[in-house]
Design a protein around this ligand. Structure first.
Ligand code: MEV
Length: 323
């Protein structure tokens, strides 16, 4: 093992284009990496501690033997421990987290932090970890936060681009040119927990399985058709399928009046499609727009939302910035 100096790595946020929630039960989904990034800087310490620092949550020092604690930085520590295990090391180190990704908004901020951390620590320790190993170690943090995550968030953050994903079947990176379109995201201002929403949806599914099995089957076909439309670069069809997907998400109970207001604002302003993205119940909505319409749509959304972001698909997944 060859210890290095400081290592800085970034990883992108994500938006689920189609298939959230359904993916947890084994259906496919498509996620996009976004041009909004989280950053982790790792450095060696002479002490036998793991220090996690974030502007938002402060400094935490872990001795390596902690049992589970309720703390937003504890999942980051678990990721560090997992990488140390992979490297067969108990080196003390510090990780500084900085993120431009709005938290708890459906944009995979925890996954991007976990992926950037896993990669920065692996590089710091001189470990030649594959993207698959980075994705897997980052997943440890995701399980701590979201309980039963599908793994789509950490996968798209590690690999970048557009990802077609199913639990247990892995993923494929889709070859799509997104230069004609922009993504506009608008915040409902409603905080929610992905783990709680996933559990609620799964409970509804088992209570009304004879009805909802049909909805899940429709979601599977919808994702396949979206994949075909993306590969033809038929963004009009992609937008229509996003709107249908939103209807299916309403059917499983994860929409609300504020999200509907934002979604209809985006559609009326000319979006190709608009829907919940991620767990729903709050967080952000995603609108797909022609490049030349995006600014006008963002302006209309800003009348109903406290935070509007205009972004593109990031081809870059996890990226070494320095070190
Ligand atoms: C992930 O961002 C959103 C959900 O599909 C949960 C998951 O895939 O783990 C709701």
């Amino acid at each position: 093992m060859r210890p290095l100096g400081n290592v800085t790595v970034t990883a992108p946020a994500k938006a689920i284009l189609v298939g959230e929630h359904f993916v947890v039960a084994g259906c496919p989904a498509i996620a996009l990496a976004l041009d909004i990034r989280a950053k982790a800087t790792a450095e060696l310490l002479n002490e036998d501690v793991i220090e996690i620092v974030s502007k938002e949550f402060g400094i935490r020092r872990y001795g390596g033997k902690e049992t589970r604690v309720e703390d937003p930085l504890y999942p980051v520590y678990l990721v560090v421990k997992e990488v140390l295990k992979l490297a067969g090391s108990n080196q003390g180190l510090k990780v500084v987290i900085e993120s431009n990704i709005p938290p708890a908004a459906g944009l995979g901020s925890s996954a991007a932090v976990a992926v950037a951390t896993a990669s920065a620590v692996a590089k710091l320790l001189g470990l030649n970890a594959s993207l698959e190993e980075i994705t897997r170690t980052a997943y440890t943090g995701e399980v701590e936060i979201h309980k039963k995550p599908s793994g789509i968030d950490n996968t798209v953050s590690a690999y970048g681009g557009a990802i077609y994903f199913s639990i247990g079947k892995g993923f494929e990176r889709l070859d799509v040119n997104f230069s004609q379109v922009r993504l506009v995201l608008a915040d409902s201002g409603i905080q929610r927990s992905t783990g709680t929403l996933v559990a609620r949806v799964l409970a509804l599914k088992s209570k009304h399985s004879s009805v909802l099995d049909q909805v899940y089957a429709a979601a599977t076909v919808l994702v396949e058709n979206t994949r075909d439309a993306l590969e033809r670069e038929d963004f009009t069809a992609v937008g229509e399928l996003m709107n249908i997907n939103h209807g299916l998400l309403s059917a499983i109970g994860v929409s609300n009046a504020k999200l509907e207001e934002l979604i209809y604002t985006a559609r009326q302003a000319g979006a190709l499609g608009a829907k919940i993205t991620g767990a729903g119940g709050g967080g952000m909505i995603l609108a797909l727009c022609w490049r030349e319409d995006a600014e006008q749509i963002a302006m209309e959304l800003s009348k109903a939302s406290t935070k509007v972001l205009m972004t593109s698909v990031s081809e870059k997944g996890v990226t070494l910035e320095s070190g």
